[in-house]
Design a protein around this ligand. Structure first.
Ligand SMILES: *Cc1c(COP(=O)(O)O)cnc(C)c1O
Length: 350
């Protein structure tokens, strides 16, 4: 093998700041603390797959995009003098908050619903957090966390309620814009439960528009599993406020199984403002979409595959639900430059 020609050190690009703190000046959290806690979260690759771009959000320190929000939330908690954190999660947010709490040296308790995968439970415990498994669904875990916060005075590090989480997730939008050559995408296809990525992306794209970097907001296409789809149901019925649903059967998309999303009205308003829509994906299409990605080298968890299932259906590579006018309308929205985040790692789903 021939030696490569020597490359002058002057050719090295200027050092970039780590993780989401590349955008430190745009994040309303003390950057000095954030940079200290950073583990290089975000700055994920955007690669071509068929005729869309997928953003590899599962390649982040704890294996999901939640690291973007968690680093901002924990940095803000440190700045506010927190001594102990409590979180509730179906898994990935809990893992992310547990990891960054560990990095900050803060004790952390995470409440998860009983359906949370063994891999996610082990991951949370691995970071040294106290894991509390709550009988019932995601809402029961939130209730238990709130009760503990009231009893102990620990800080509620809620990815759903604390606006600092969105200060981190909005960097997803900034990165899309940079990676597309300083242009916004036309549409983004996002799995949605509590809406932390939809709301973060909406905020980021709004800020880019306010800065004159883009002219139009990308259309946000939100996806849920048909087995737990309060937002998709509300969208189809043109209701601004989603009614809680009772999940009849468990979905493999555990990360978005949120029967009563706390910020439901806000999520629907953000989607409406963007010109997008919310759809529900047939449960039977999730596993084939997950397999399709894995066969191309991208091992994601089922929840992440929901977005890919939708992308395949919107481009007619998987059959969309028959006679469903919503899917036909959505296919028209999903044209031009389309970004599909792949949100969580397949190593977590065992
Ligand atoms: C959290 C998560 C989602 C959805 O995020 P919400 O904030 O609940 O809308 C999607 N996919 C994966 C893998 C997640 O961890």
């Amino acid at each position: 093998l021939a030696d490569l020609p020597a490359v002058g050190i002057a050719r090295l690009p200027a050092l970039l700041r780590g993780g989401v703190w590349r955008y430190s000046e745009w994040i309303a959290v003390p950057g000095a603390i954030g940079e200290r806690l950073s583990m290089g979260e975000g700055q994920t690759a955007l690669i071509a797959l068929d005729d869309v771009s997928v953003k590899l959000e599962f390649v982040s320190p704890t294996g999901s995009f939640k690291d973007r929000g968690a680093v901002a939330l924990v940095a803000s908690a440190v700045a506010r003098g927190a001594r102990e954190l409590v979180a509730d999660s179906s898994g990935n947010a809990g893992s992310a908050i547990a990891a960054y709490a560990a990095r900050a040296g803060l004790p952390c308790t995470v409440f998860v619903p009983e359906g949370t995968s063994g891999a996610k439970r082990r991951q949370i415990e691995g970071y040294g957090a106290a894991l509390r498994v709550v009988p019932g669904d995601r809402m029961a875990a939130a209730g238990a966390a709130a009760a503990t916060v009231a009893e102990t005075g620990a800080m509620y590090a809620s990815h759903v309620w604390d606006p600092m989480f969105l200060q981190g997730t909005k960097t997803f939008a900034f990165e899309c814009w940079e990676q597309l050559g300083r242009r916004g995408p036309d549409a983004v296809v996002i799995p949605v439960g509590n809406g932390t990525l939809v709301l973060g992306a909406a905020r980021g794209f709004r800020e880019l528009r306010a800065a004159g970097a883009i002219e139009r907001l990308p259309r946000l296409i939100g996806l849920q599993s048909e087995r737990c789809a309060p937002l998709a149901v509300a969208w189809a019925q043109r209701q601004p406020n989603p009614a809680p649903v009772a999940p009849s059967q468990a979905t493999v998309a555990e990360g978005i199984a949120i029967p009563a999303p706390a910020r439901g009205a806000q999520i629907l308003a953000a989607v409406l403002e963007s010109g997008g829509c919310v759809l529900s994906v047939p449960e039977a299409s999730i596993a084939p979409a997950q397999r399709d990605l894995a066969r191309r080298g991208l091992l994601v968890e089922p929840t992440a595959a929901v977005a890919w299932a939708a992308a395949l259906m919107l481009s007619e590579r998987l059959p969309a639900p028959a006679d469903d006018g919503l899917w036909k309308a959505a296919a028209e929205l999903c044209t031009g430059t389309v970004v599909v985040p792949l949100c969580g790692s397949g190593l977590k789903s065992g």
